[in-house]
Design a protein around this ligand. Structure first.
Ligand SMILES: Cc1ncc(COP(=O)(O)O)c(C=O)c1O
Length: 385
């Protein structure tokens, strides 16, 4: 392909998933976290690929992501890890999507909703052990809800989970201690819940004895983890584009809005068809570096919505069409861009825009392209002629 595109290497995903599967005890399940368009890699393609690899659950942030997976034909369990509004309970029941709950009132309403269809609604209860996002803060309240849910005819309690702040070993240990105290209370009451889980990617690597019944893996499947892993991770996404114009600036000539970059020497500038609306943070203006002809060169001037300019004076032969790599699987560019933009890799990946086509590699060669804008054409038809 030519132009701005994200290249998604499904072989790398397979490698990362299989490596994690081998690292984790066979009785511990894996949720593959595919929320936010699978961190920008394409929700349905990644969901399907993980399903073929044998993933136990797919984790999404909201019911609409869950529904999209289901209607694409995915059969494996799907859990919404975020909040689901009551109006969407029927979707969860209809599409057999597991919900995260943290109030008895909501469980009661979900039970009622599922009873209308004579179907079971599946839930995980969320315990807030210190992150202070979603979840029961009071373990007694959670136990009370759980005991009630276990009597509800149309509710199946599949799991209980928490999420770690990952600030320090001490704070993580305090969270694990709260979680384990809850599990002890449940054991004493002879209440058994199949899936207890707490670890995301970092915690799965950092706390191998805290995997409980399931781990929830996002970033590490996409090839990134800020902890050292016992195997090499393979980044799944590369972001590439091609030069659209090259020009030479004389000393004193400036580039772009606000004339932010002024040439101090005769400067060769290349224009790229990628800007902040494609997912490159505007804060990389004048800071980020991209790879061209094997050399890292600076982004100069203010990043535009759809384009940016790079200084290719030292980069050898550059002309219309020369390939430019924003980040790929062989260099630490994504981490560098994330640091310069004062964000993390997840955010950069998840914000790759809808208009950037995703080109998929499988078994070493390009297989198919997903272009969300072309999907619109299939939705509405081409009325231009
Ligand atoms: C509840 C929950 N579990 C697991 C994950 C996966 O995290 P990571 O991408 O760090 O593995 C997330 C992502 O933010 C999450 O919100």
């Amino acid at each position: 392909m030519f132009g701005t595109r994200a290249i998604i290497d499904l072989d790398a995903l397979t490698h990362n998933y299989n490596s994690m599967r081998q690292l984790i005890a066979p009785n511990v399940k894996i949720t593959g976290v595919v929320k936010a368009n699978a961190y920008g890699h394409d929700l349905v393609t990644i969901g399907k690929h993980l399903e073929t690899l044998g993933v136990d659950y797919l984790g999404v942030a909201n019911i609409r992501e869950g529904k999209a997976l289901r209607i694409s034909g995915i059969k494996c369990p799907i859990i919404v890890m975020g909040y689901t509004f009551e109006k969407d309970y029927d979707l969860a029941v209809k599409h057999d999507i597991t919900l995260t709950l943290f109030s008895l009132e909501e469980a009661r309403k979900l039970n009622l909703n599922a009873s209308y269809d004579d179907k079971k609604a599946k839930i995980h209860l969320k315990f807030d052990t210190g992150f202070n996002r979603l979840g029961y803060k009071d373990p007694e309240e959670l136990i009370e809800s759980l005991e009630a849910c276990l009597t509800y005819e149309f509710i199946i309690v599949e799991g209980i989970f928490t999420h770690l702040a990952l600030d320090s070993i001490e704070s993580d240990e305090a969270q694990f201690a709260k979680f384990e105290a809850l599990m002890k209370q449940l054991r004493e009451k002879h209440i058994s819940v199949p899936l207890k889980h707490a670890c995301d990617s970092i915690a799965t690597i950092a706390y191998p004895d805290k995997h409980y019944d399931m781990v929830r893996l996002g970033a590490i499947l996409y090839g990134y983890c800020s902890r050292k892993t016992p195997f090499n991770l393979k980044p799944v996404m590369s972001l590439k584009t091609n030069v659209t114009q090259v020009k030479t600036l004389e000393v004193g000539e400036a580039v772009g809005y606000d004339r932010l970059f002024v040439a101090q020497r005769r400067t060769k500038i290349a224009v790229l068809p990628i800007g902040y609306a494609d997912g490159l943070p505007r804060s990389l203006s004048g800071k980020g570096r991209v790879m061209i002809n094997g050399l890292l060169v600076p982004i100069v001037g203010l990043m535009c919505m759809d384009q940016c300019m790079i200084d290719v004076t030292e980069a050898g032969e550059v002309s219309l069409g020369t390939e430019v790599t924003l980040f790929d699987d062989t260099s630490p560019q994504l981490l560098e861009l994330a640091k310069l933009a004062e964000t993390n890799r997840n955010e950069l990946l998840a914000r790759i825009a809808m208009r950037v086509p995703r080109e998929f590699i499988e078994n070493g060669s390009e297989t198919f392209v997903i272009d969300y804008l072309e999907d619109r054409e299939s939705q509405y038809g081409d009325t231009s002629s």
